[in-house]
Design a protein around this ligand. Sequence first.
Ligand code: DAH
Length: 341
Amino acid sequence: MSDRITQLRTDFDRELPAVTTDADATALRDRWVGRKSGLLTAEMKTLGKLSPEERKTAGAQLNELKGYVESAIESLQAGFAAKREAEQLVSERIDVTLPGRRLSGGHLHPITLLRQKIEDIFVSMGYEIEDGPEIETHFYNFDALNIPENHPARSPQDTFYITDQLALRSQTSTMQIHAMQKRRPPLRVAAPGRVFRRDTPDATHNPMFYQVEGLLVDRGITLGDLKGTVEEFVRRLFGPETRTRFRPSYFPFVEPGAEIDYTCFKCNGAGCRVCKGSGWIEMGGSGMVHPNVLRGVGIDPEEFTGFAFGLGLDRLCALMYGLDDIRLLYENDVRFLEQFR
Ligand code: DAH
């Protein structure tokens, strides 16, 4: 028996160096001292067949070998655990001397920046800023604005209808009606907001865009007041040298109506790429509020007169920032927007 135990120890010592992982160590333990099929466990079971003296020595030797096997495996496992921990410490090391990461803050969209600038100008000229619905009835979209029954603006090809009574507003001029219904003249209101038209998107069109509407109604207001106000507005927006011109035009809700141009903010009228060589940039429409519109909201056109003007923000924004495609403004591409910090 004694020889046999010596042999077992030699076998174990030979197997030990092959153990390189935790799994190997567990397998080696099962093989040698596993409760069911361990080699030493089986050996213990044969002790019963020995004589009492032999059993005593062999039992002691076997127990000693078992202790040897168990502690050899344990110290291997302890080595593995220590190695794992050391590796983890290296891989999870943090360099506390590195500079921290700066949080990237948000900022306003270029259209919002322009809108706020325009609102500030209106406020400085005594106007109140008003917000209004984007979905309107026929009354606000067309009837109250003196837009005739057969006008193309009413066509579903130009306007987004929701039902046959409701549509997305196609101009902020609807706000003229809300403003005059809410308060009595004298009044000065500016209304920025989104408008919607069934245009195919391209570099200069988008089905949703931004306008600002200005409206003033009081006693004795004339075309001279409109011109003076627009001139001042444009100077505050683009600089004191900016000049303005009015071209007669037709809009159903004003009479007379005019389109407004201003001298190019880039070349100051000399002609450049921004104004396509003409020296002038189109700003929007304007005119004296039509008597029918005043009458429609219960204001006597014999007593009060007023003017209105409206401008688009998107093309203006594109010109100011040198964008060659207004769609960039709506795509919310952070790489683009980040440039307006
Ligand atoms: N709402 C017009 C448009 O979208 C622009 C406009 C024209 C506004 C004349 C006005 C105005 O206030 O008086 O084309």
